[in-house]
Design a protein around this ligand. Structure first.
Ligand code: CA
Length: 223
């Protein structure tokens, strides 16, 4: 498995690359955003947010225009708002400096497992519907009354989890575990950002009901 480490600080990057190589990863390390964008596509990118030539978000955004390669962002403590932005861009997970090698490898494995099966939901039919909402897991297409919605991967995954069991409450912890592989690295606020964007695109907030203190369930718009 080929990792691309994008990190300008040698004191972090060198021991990290050495440690990961000892664990059997193939590691390429670059120190700038420009080098990161010029590198051949790896299996996973570990991306520092503070780079000398550009910020990590721009690097992630640019990579997202060409591939779905998993991206783990590396943040400094206290960059809470930035994390939400990162999730919107399509980062797959976060680690907060300083982090241990064990923790990082666990995150890498979780992200790779999730990206291996593209649908976040298993043991459910490929095509599901509720009212005039239709969701295809196979093609990742969503339509309401025949009109296609253009959802981000996260929005799609959230909707897929809700429609897999219409009426059932999906907890925030379940969403975090299934979609981010963790319950603590991601702020639950990030879920709200995706859900409110999903509601907006669905055209009626009643499609996604908030169950206060628990989570969400698929609703039925009355009109
Ligand atoms: Ca840095």
């Amino acid at each position: 498995m080929r990792l691309l480490i994008v990190e300008d600080e040698d004191s972090i990057a060198i021991p990290l690359a050495d440690g990961l190589r000892r664990e059997g990863f193939e590691v390429e390390r670059v120190a700038t955003g420009a080098q990161a964008l010029a590198a051949p596509e790896p299996d996973l990118i570990l991306l520092d947010l503070r780079l000398p030539d550009m910020d990590g978000y721009s690097v992630a955004r640019e990579w997202r225009t060409r591939s779905r390669v998993p991206i783990i962002m590396v943040t400094a403590r206290g960059e809470e708002v930035d994390r939400v932005v990162g999730l919107e861009i399509g980062a797959d997970d976060y680690v907060v400096k300083p982090f241990g090698l064990r923790e990082l490898i666990a995150r890498i494995n979780a992200v790779m497992r999730r990206s291996g099966d593209s649908g976040a939901v298993d043991e459910v039919p490929d095509e599901m519907s509720s009212g005039d909402l239709e969701v295809s897991l196979r093609t990742r297409r969503v339509t309401i009354g025949g009109q296609e919605l253009h959802l981000t991967p996260r929005e799609f995954d959230i909707l897929a989890m809700l429609i897999a069991d219409p009426g059932a409450v999906v907890s925030r912890d379940d969403l975090l575990r299934r979609l981010w592989g963790t319950t603590w690295a991601v702020q639950t606020k990030a879920i709200d950002v995706h859900v409110s964007s999903l509601r907006r695109k669905m055209g009626d907030p009643a499609w996604v009901e908030t169950v206060r203190g628990v989570g969400f369930r698929l609703g039925t718009p009355s009109a």
